[in-house]
Design a protein around this ligand. Structure first.
Ligand SMILES: Cc1cc2nc3c(=O)[nH]c(=O)nc-3n(C[C@H](O)[C@H](O)[C@H](O)COP(=O)(O)O)c2cc1C
Length: 191
C-alpha cells in the first residue's frame, strides 16, 4: 500500500518529526511504502478564495508544488497529517496545504464527485504535539484534521495528540508516545 504523509513542522528533528518517523517505521515494517511531503520546505501558496475551483474542483493557482500533492491525495488509500500546535491550531505550513484542499471540497460537496474509494478503503492518521499542558490547541487542530480527512473522502482516522511537550526532542521522554505512534502506523495499513 502507498501511504502519503504530510510533515508540518518547520523545526527539523523536533517533536512532530520524531512522532511521524515512528509512525512511518510502523508502516514500513508492515511492508508498505510512504511518500512524505515536507511542507515547510515546499513552495505552496495560500488559498485565495477566488472561486476558481467552484465549478471544476480544479485549483487555478499555478507555479507552486500543490499539483504533486493533489495527484498523491487522489491516488492514496492512506493519509498521515502531522503538525505541531501553533496558536491553538495547525502550523501555518500544514494549514496552507489543508486550505488548498478546498478544490477537493468543491469536487465532493458542490459537484457530488468525492474521491473514489479504493479496494483498500481510505483511512487517515493525525499526529500532533502542543507545548501547553492545558488549553484547546490539540482539539482545535483535531477539528481541522477531521475537516481535512472528510474532504478527502477519508471516512475514518485515528488521532494521537500530546500536550505539555515543548522543548525540541521532549517527546522522547513521554512514556508511551513513540510506541503509540509506531502502533498507529502499523494499524493504519492493517487490512
Ligand atoms: C509560533 C508558535 C506557536 C505556538 N502555539 C502553541 C499553542 O497555541 N499551544 C500549544 O500547546 N503549544 C504551542 N506552541 C508550542 C509547540 O506546539 C511545541 O513547541 C511543539 O513541541 C513543537 O513541535 P515541533 O518540535 O514538532 O515543532 C507554539 C510554538 C510556536 C513556535
Amino acid at each position: 500500500m502507498h501511504v502519503v504523509a504530510f510533515f508540518g513542522s518547520p523545526r527539523k528533528d523536533g517533536n512532530t518529526s520524531i512522532l511521524l518517523r515512528e509512525a512511518i517505521r510502523g508502516v514500513v515494517e508492515s511492508g508498505h511504502e510512504v511518500q512524505t511531503f515536507d511542507l515547510p520546505r515546499m513552495r505552496i501558496r495560500a488559498c485565495q478564495n477566488c472561486g476558481g475551483c467552484d465549478k471544476t474542483g480544479v485549483c487555478v493557482i499555478e507555479g507552486d508544488e500543490m499539483p504533486g500533492i493533489y495527484t498523491a491525495l487522489r491516488a492514496t488509500p492512506r493519509v498521515i497529517l502531522a503538525s505541531p500546535i501553533f496558536f491553538a491550531g495547525l502550523s501555518a505550513q500544514a494549514k496552507t496545504m489543508v486550505d488548498r484542499c478546498q478544490a477537493f471540497w468543491c469536487e465532493k460537496y458542490l459537484l457530488n464527485r468525492p474521491i473514489p474509494e479504493s479496494a483498500e478503503g481510505r483511512k487517515g492518521l493525525f499526529l500532533t504535539v502542543g507545548g501547553m499542558k492545558t488549553g484547546k490547541g490539540v482539539e482545535c487542530g483535531g477539528a481541522t484534521a477531521t475537516a481535512f480527512f472528510r474532504t478527502l473522502n477519508v471516512p475514518v482516522h485515528a488521532s494521537l495528540g500530546y500536550r505539555g511537550v515543548d522543548a525540541k526532542g521532549a517527546i522522547r521522554e513521554h512514556p508511551t508516545a513513540l510506541a503509540e505512534a509506531f502502533d498507529a502506523g502499523r494499524e493504519l495499513v492493517r487490512a
